[in-house]
Design a binder for this molecule. Structure first.
Ligand code: BES
Ligand code: ZN
Ligand code: ZN
Length: 501
């Protein structure tokens, strides 16, 4: 992946194939204009004056400079209205510049700081470039990666050391996002639960983490009825992946617990799904991929926090050995669940993983991520994740980070009444709550496996990959988005700052 650098360069002497200059709508000038070769800067001002280039959001032009010993080309990039400009617009605009450069076959470019210098701007510009340069072409003969950007620099006016270290962190975070995309995009024939487990084991080796893979027989002995039930219809046996990152050795520092749903393929099981778009259910492992990659990011930055990642992984198949509608399953925490729809499998495996993780690690907070319900898409669309939980403060922190990262999240309520919908005639609870409020009753189900620890559930069914109803964003490419990695890593980084040093 391209590593974005930050430089305090004399702009007119910068040797680069392409200099990207962001222009706000209606502006007649641009930052650093006085440092540019005077012929170039006057011709740009002429262009802005003539309104041939207006700086509207998403517009751009590229021209050759013919000035020896400096930039070969210039791109004017419209940033839209200055009042509307946010970190997310910086991310999208930097992503756009990257895509255009790649279309031109350019391998290296420089980009002027879009607006006033602060950490948020440098992070967003770095992320825009590195996220946009991703594409999944593992299975293609002609690699799109042949036209990938290899070098990119953000040119700024002061403090390059401080901002270089900001960019380095962003590079590490996006490496993790792209890692999540790479695994999530794997086809289901090449990514059974055992393969996901092997990825976790290599992560542990690379970053000095503790990994434990719990297999079918052990899961049975431990009483993980939910994971066993869902997994038993497949020839690819289930795995429970546990990764421990210890950034602070003080045992008084309770860890965060992250739990991610990893159904490597969800056919629905005996309650089989319609065949249309069933292929997209290879992305039903995205929650788990996000958790693995958050651990990777945190470990690569050596953050001073403790994080446990638990990823229950199964393949949900119909067969002679599948669990059935009507089955009653005993879960890890002793509760009984009546299965009324085998397609509501995500909550079955998350339930065991949550109860096990909380009992084993006594975490200070628990966050789970899952492509859990189609109902979350019905409620919020395909561009906003649903957040449901038991702790206002944790939800507030999450929402604040989400506003900055552009990974949109919105809270849905978990009133007591929703629990009535999952009461079962024959068991403690049932695994479906009917159509009304489907995303919420799924969370109500999960809450039966969480004690009074602060807990937040994030339903990423709509946002985990590009699907019907997804808005195009320059920095997302076809397939998995890696949604959630950046927001949760930022949340954990915030926690690190609060630790007494
Ligand atoms: N993995 C699906 C949810 C899903 C559907 C995610 C579409 C992304 C896009 C999940 O396992 C599922 O099938 N849920 C059912 C639950 C229902 C049976 C209560 C659903 O949403 O229809
Ligand atoms: Zn399902
Ligand atoms: Zn599923």
């Amino acid at each position: 992946m391209v590593q974005v650098k930050v430089e305090e360069a004399k702009v007119d002497q910068k040797q680069t194939h392409l200099l990207v200059i962001g222009v706000f709508e209606g502006d007649k000038d641009f930052p650093h204009s006085k440092e540019l070769d005077s012929t170039i800067s006057s011709s740009i001002r002429e262009m802005l004056e003539s309104k041939e280039f207006r700086g509207t959001l998403g517009s751009s032009i590229v021209f050759y400079t013919l000035v020896k010993g400096s930039m070969k080309r210039i791109m004017l990039l419209g940033l839209g209205k200055r009042e509307k400009f946010t970190d997310e617009s910086a991310r999208v605009s930097a992503g756009r510049a990257t895509r255009k450069a790649q279309e031109l076959g350019i391998k290296e470019f420089s980009i002027l700081q879009f607006s006033n210098l602060d950490e948020g701007l440098v992070e967003a510009m770095t992320e825009g470039i590195t996220l946009a340069s991703y594409s999944f072409d593992k299975y293609k003969e002609t690699k799109e990666s042949n036209s990938k950007i290899e070098e990119a620099a953000i040119l700024i006016n002061s403090d390059s050391q401080r901002f270089q270290s900001v960019a380095e962190k962003s590079n590490l975070i996006v490496e993790a996002v792209n890692f999540a995309r790479d695994i999530a995009n794997l086809p289901p024939n090449d990514c059974p639960p055992a393969y996901l487990a092997s990825i976790a084991v290599s992560l542990a080796q690379d970053y000095g983490l503790k990994a434990r893979i719990i297999d079918r027989y052990e899961l049975e002995n431990m009483g993980m009825g939910g994971i066993i039930a869902v997994g038993k219809g497949s020839n690819n046996p289930p795995k429970l992946i546990v990764l421990e990152y210890i950034g602070v050795s003080d045992p008084a520092q309770k860890p965060y617990l992250l739990v991610g749903k990893a159904v490597t393929f969800d056919t629905g099981g005996i309650s089989i799904k319609p065949s249309e778009k069933m292929d997209e259910m290879k992305f039903d492992k995205c929650g788990g991929c996000t958790v693995l990659s958050i651990i990777r990011a945190v470990a690569s930055m050596k953050l001073a926090v403790n994080v446990i990642g638990i990823v229950p992984s199964v393949e949900n198949m119909p067969s002679a050995t599948s669990y059935r509608p009507g089955d009653i399953v005993r879960m890890y925490n002793g509760k009984s669940v009546e299965v009324l729809n085998t397609d509501a499998e995500g909550r079955m495996i998350l339930a065991d993983a949550l109860a096990y993780g909380i009992a084993t690690y006594n975490p200070k907070a628990v966050i789970d991520l899952a492509t859990l319900t189609g109902a979350a898409i019905i409620a919020l669309g395909a561009n906003v994740a649903a957040v449901i939980g038991s702790n206002k403060q944790l939800i507030e922190r999450l929402r604040r980070q989400s506003d900055k990262t552009g990974e949109k999240m919105w809270e849905l309520p978990l009133y007591d009444e929703y629990h009535d919908q999952i009461k079962s005639t024959y068991a403690d609870i049932k695994n479906i709550g009917g159509r009304p409020g489907g995303a919420i009753t799924a969370a109500a189900f999960l809450s039966n496996f969480v004690n009074d620890v602060p807990w937040v559930h994030i339903d990423i069914a709509g946002t985990a990959w590009l699907q019907e109803g997804t808005y195009e964003k320059s920095y997302n490419s076809r397939g998995a988005t890696g949604f959630g990695v950046r927001t949760l890593v930022k949340l954990l980084m915030e926690d690190e700052k609060q630790l007494p040093s």
